[in-house]
Each structure stands twice: as structure tokens, then as C-alpha cells.
Design a protein around this ligand. Sequence first.
Ligand code: GDP
Length: 442
Amino acid sequence: AMFDKLSRSVEKAWKMVSKDGKLTPENIKEPLKEIRRALLEADVSLPVVRRFVKKVEEKAVGQEVIVGVTPDMAFIKTVNDELVELMGSKGAKDLEQGFPQVILMAGLQGVGKTTACGKLALLLTKQKKKVLMVATDVYRPAAIDQLQKLGKDINVPVFDMGTSASPVEIARAGIAEAKRQKVDAVIVDTAGRLQIDDDMMKELKDTKAAIKPTDTLLVVDAMTGQEAANLVKAFNEQADISGAILTKMDGDSRGGAALSVREVSGKPIKFVGVGEKMDSLEPFYPERMASRILGQGDVLSLYEKAEQAIKAEDAEANMKRLLANKFDFNDFLTQYKTMSNMGGAQIMKLMPGMSKISEKQLYQMGKELKTYESMINVMQDEERASPEILAKSAARRRRIAQASGRTEAEVSNLMAKFTAVRAQVSKMSQMMKLGSPGGAQN
Ligand code: GDP
């Protein structure tokens, strides 16, 4: 199956990396050569492979050594992160929102475009969306019939006007019908041709201009490797598409398309087709693909645990430094920043009394942070260092409100929050002293 060969080669590379010391230009030379060879064999284009290998090399060698992480683990982790980057960063790229969402589907004949229309329609139906498909391939009546049949199978209506109107007119009428029926998403199938030609591009551009789709997706066949990536690039340059659907990922293609599309075209793969059945369309997750290629999930999670432990130690050291000093507005800001970013959330969960903080609270904190920051920014140094003078002076508080464009109530709110956080820090300080040898018990 896809990636099998690539996985084996990557594993081979991994085994070449030394198990002690650290990563050096010398000891990653051979493994990198192996990776390079593996990617080329997977049908990734040479410039992409070159850039990829160079990045891995730079990152791997410059890396800080983490306690509990061996060089081979660090190497896998670096390759993994760069693979994810290559395919377009973590997380699936959603369809753009719209009322209705209008998804224009393009692609050469035989790549699985019509099938992809049906699959996407079914996927959206499962998200409780009301969907309409529009058939505009007036050059192949059989294509219109095929979409009608697919629509019946999955219970999604298909709008067509036979071959009696131009594709642009049909698309426009289809959108009008969709609005009348108040559907949530319209999928417009366009004509597939045997190769890119000017007529095809013009028609796509005209249709796009007429219906202003929220997404224009190019359907490409994974079996065609590099060529699929080049097609996405060409379509994007001429018709500005929003992403690709990569079909036939269940086949035994070498995987080059999945790895190249983003880097070559600048556009993400949004979905992948993994079979002939209607329910075989999935959002494309670069991190899942990377982990499939590497097949080293347990190594990666070990790495992350080690990294977490280091972060927690840092946080504790910071906290101790903080507690040794007087807690002022500068500390407050640092503290609040740490607590309100997601990485911080994980650290805070490791701290006494903070395990119950929720994602929603964190989001709220992020919003508050901006307000607080604007007020703290306009404070004088002495005010930042000793909040008491602010508590005592209404004039100072008024000045801060005016200078930051906030209300006096917001300044008071900041004061209250400051007092609360200081109290919390002081409580934690007690806990940490109790917990440490030579602390309060003695
Ligand atoms: P179109 O000409 O681009 O509209 O292509 P079709 O939608 O008619 O599909 C061409 C062939 O590819 C059909 O036999 C489909 O069943 C098959 N096909 C489409 N997507 C996939 C897929 O993800 N996996 C597999 N194995 N076959 C697919």
C-alpha cells in the first residue's frame, strides 16, 4: 500500500542515527541520504526533496538536547515536524464558510471528480447540511447522468439543464435554485477534459466569476504523483483555486502527490479519496499522514513527554524566581501570558490547584490579556512596580484609562484581577514551600 516503501526506507534511515551523543552534520549525513532517496522514489520532485532535506539538516543539527531524548528520537521528531510542515501544518483545512457554501469542482477526466462531488455531498449531509449538486458538463451527457445517479444513491438532489444551456448559465441557475431552496451547500461539477486547455480554463474562470464560489477545489489523482502537484500549481496560477482533493489514496501509488501538492502549488489538500464507495472521503490531516509515513507514533509521544517535562521544570523555576520577588504588574503580565497560551495551559495543569482550568476559561483569558496589556503598557514604571500607588490614586487610574482608551471601570477591574492573581500566587507559594524540603515544616 501507499507509503509502505517510504516507511521502510525512513526506518532504515532512523536505524543509522547514533543512539548517543547528539546530532551532528556527520552522523546525520547517511540517514539524510537515505531519506532523500526514499522521497525521490516516492515520486516527490527533486526541488521539493532538496528543500526538505536541507531544512531537516538545519533543524536537526541546531537542536538543543533534551534530557531523556536520544539523537535517533530527535531525528525522527525533526523529520516528522518537517513532513507535517511540508504537507501544510497541523490540522485539516476546512472548507470556507458561506451562506450557502458554494464549492466549485474542477479536474481532468477520469481522476474521480464526479465521484468526489458525490462523496463531498454525502460528507456535508452527514454534518446535517442541506446540499444541492449542479451538473454543468454539457459536453458529456453521460457525466450529467452519472451525477444524477450518484445523487439518487445518496439522496441529494441534482440540478441540471441537460445540454440546453452553457455551463456558466447552468451554474448561475443552479445557485439561484439553491438559494430558493435555502440549501446550506452547493456543489458545482464542471466539465472534465483530457488535458488542460485554454477553453477549459476560460470556462472555469467564467463560471467562477459568475457564481463566486467559497471554495474552488481541483480534484487530482494520487496515482499521478508529481504530475498531480503540477496540475494543482497550473490551475492555481490560472484560476486561483482554494485547495485540492487527492483521490485514489487507497491505491498503491508511491505517495509523492500527497507530499508535494502543498509545497509545489502553495495550496492545501483539503480532502483525500480513499476508495470507490461514497463514504470514502476524508479530511486531509498532514500530521496523520506524517505519522503513517514514519510509523513511529510511540517515539513521537515519548519525545513530547520529555519536552513537556522540561517545560514543567522551567515553569516551576520561573515560579520560584517570581515568588522570591515582589509580585508586580510586570509579573502579572508575564504570568497571565503564560497562563493564557495553550502551551501554558498544559503547564498550568501540572501545577497545584490549577488542574481545573478549562479551554473556555483560557480563551476568555486570552481576550482579557489584550485589555490588561493595553492598560499596563501606559503605566509609569513606578506604577507597574508598586500597584499600591494606583490603588491610592484615582487621578492615576483616570490617566491610565484615558491613555489606553479604556474606561475607569476597566482599570478597576484590572486592579481587582491583579489582587486575585497575587493572592493565588501567594497561595501557590505556600504550597510549594510546604512541599519542599527545608520548607515551612521545619
Ligand atoms: P471523473 O471522470 O473525474 O468524473 O471520474 P469518476 O468520478 O467517474 O471516477 C473515475 C474512476 O475512479 C471510477 O471508477 C471511480 O470509482 C474511481 N475512483 C474515484 N475516486 C476513487 C478513490 O478514491 N479510490 C479508488 N480506488 N477509486 C476511485
